[in-house]
Design a protein around this ligand. Sequence first.
Ligand code: PLP
Length: 376
Amino acid sequence: MAFYLDHAATTPVREVAVKAMVEAMTAGFGNPSGAHRMAREANRALDDARDAVALALGGKPGEVIFTSGGTEADNLAIVGSLESRRGIAVCSAVEHHAVLEPVERAGGAVVPVTETGVIDLAALEQVLAQAEEVAVVSVMAANNETGVVQPIGQVAEVVRRVAPDALIHCDAVQGMCWLDLAAHCADADLISISSHKFGGPKGAGALLTRNNPALGVLSLGGAQERGRRGGTQNVPGIVAMAAAISATVAERESQVPRVRALRDRLVDEILASVEGAVETGDRASKTVNIAHLCFDGIESEALLFLLESADVMASAASSCASGAQDPSHVLAAMGYDRDLAFGSLRLSLGYTSTDADVDAVLEVIPGAVARLRERS
Ligand code: PLP
């Protein structure tokens, strides 16, 4: 028995995705680059998946590059842009490391966020105006730790006005379940998604490249994906991702209010029962599934241990940062004091979440926090 409140880290794979995957691994196992009937069938399955990705992101099937997940899509967006055009890369301070690291490695600029975690548009304008040339500006759809949603339309307005030659990349990995990405990222040239964040398997993702701008190639050695990403495609993962997208988009309208109600009850009751608990960000501008809180006087790792003893699965910041010695770069960028940031907790809900999950957390949190505070 486990109460799973870590959907931002990864999601349970949907049955339709498992079914599609098994089919692609059995009857449909052909190599999509081949010429015979079985190969053509595998290629057709990829084309169907391309249609589903394009539809969800508001693009065209020919603009979809399949990747191994969100990290590769983000890397391709940044490094590919830098290889194909002049200028620097720019991103917000709260991006996932899959964006932040390639930007920083290339000597790019990082734009601060406000205390609610939203990109500072005036600072963005200043950075763009000061740069001689800008190749790419990357701002995420929703943050993986806090759930804070970024105003991509407003970001695009600034970029088009001040650095019109730059590509706009949006890491929409956390957005598929909760945002209409076709609308939210309508002004982005490049959009990253990752299958395992919305009920698909791990190891599949995509980068939508609107109007197919020139983009450097990171994976050389094959003509797959029209020469934009060499390597035999992960057909089972990709068709399962497409099945998960269709299911996610179809139920988004009903899941959003349902999950919002669960999340709001969770946060409100924690705030009411634990003195000194702080909710990060402005709830109205966050995805509906994330409860992100900080507790003073405790350390996340110890709290997670007590939660796990009660069969509650959660994380501190992002799962990639769990166990790290430094507090989250996202909370630091929002101005949280280091000690408070050390006591952060992310409870993330999803399509399988129920009242029982919320009840399980509420039963353990007040006592666990009190125990840890007594000890310290
Ligand atoms: N971008 C964001 C916002 C994420 O949350 C993650 C995963 O946590 C990634 C990128 C990386 O995606 P993947 O795990 O598919 O490499």
